[in-house]
Design a protein around this ligand. Structure first.
Ligand SMILES: NC(=O)c1ccc[n+]([C@@H]2O[C@H](COP(=O)([O-])OP(=O)(O)OC[C@H]3O[C@@H](n4cnc5c(N)ncnc54)[C@H](OP(=O)(O)O)[C@@H]3O)[C@@H](O)[C@H]2O)c1
Length: 221
């Protein structure tokens, strides 16, 4: 893992940021209960690692589904370091005005031209940066363009934390450098971390290590 942390200290200058996908799953590959009730899947030790990873990236990205379910802060609290820039993929600007990311920080909202103009202004007035990206074939934010827009604003590394739809999109897109998956000893029967990939994605030189009761797997994709 230290190898990954040192690589993150000087990510290569490129057209898109270095992308790390990181999430916590159950033994049966789920990241949340079906009810979508917020649930802490990983134990304290691997959570500390997640916060170290957050601090090692310049930005942290989630989908609007995670904001609506969990109302996360995406800050660094369990490790030393600074908070990464929060980024939300939100094609129609459904983000609630009272969510923690809007009231406690200044997130970047990556949206599409379909988003209401008045809503864009309202969110800008609250301190958010509204970034209009291209649409993909499903009318959602085009990931390649979103990453390029982030790179243009100086972001060289981004940690993608979820949820399921966003993880799947990134894995399908091939726009990933590293995968870090925490596996916790519970069976959830819930929302699957990843759905419907057309090709398997093996990790190159995979590593794994125990953190408390969890196992963390990581490697280059
Ligand atoms: N265990 C973990 O590590 C972990 C981490 C994070 C989240 N979660 C869980 O994941 C669940 C949420 O997952 P989710 O699948 O419902 O939501 P999500 O992946 O957080 O967000 C999905 C939404 O993002 C928007 N989006 C915009 N562009 C996209 C693109 N190119 N590809 C994919 N999505 C795009 C879409 O909404 P629009 O069309 O409106 O833009 C889409 O519906 C929650 O229950 C949360 O607790 C678990």
């Amino acid at each position: 893992m230290e190898e990954l942390f040192s690589a993150l200290q000087s990510p290569p200058l490129a057209k898109r940021p270095w992308v790390t996908l990181s999430y916590a799953q159950s033994l049966d590959g789920c990241i949340a209960p079906l009810s979508r009730q917020p649930l802490m899947i990983s134990g304290k030790e691997s959570l500390v690692l997640t916060h170290r990873l957050r601090a090692a990236h310049q930005a942290i990205l989630v989908g609007i589904g995670t904001v609506l379910s969990d109302d996360p802060r995406l800050t660094v609290r369990l490790a030393p370091g600074t908070h990464p820039q929060p980024v939300i993929l939100d094609s129609f600007l459904r983000v609630p005005l009272n969510c923690k990311l809007l009231t406690q920080s200044r997130p970047w909202l990556i949206t599409t031209e379909q988003a209401d103009i008045i809503r864009r202004e309202q969110l800008r007035d609250m301190g958010a940066q509204v970034i209009v990206a291209n649409r993909n074939g499903h009318g959602q934010v085009d990931l390649a363009d979103a990453l390029q827009q982030m790179a243009r604003r100086g972001v060289r590394s981004v940690m993608v934390e979820g949820g399921s739809t966003v993880l799947t999109s990134f894995l399908q897109s091939g726009l990933i450098d590293h995968l870090v998956v925490t596996v916790a000893p519970l069976v959830l029967g819930g929302l699957r971390a990843v759905n419907a990939l057309s090709t398997p994605l093996p990790l190159q030189s995979p590593h794994w290590e125990r953190f408390g009761n969890d196992w963390v797997f990581w490697g280059r994709v």
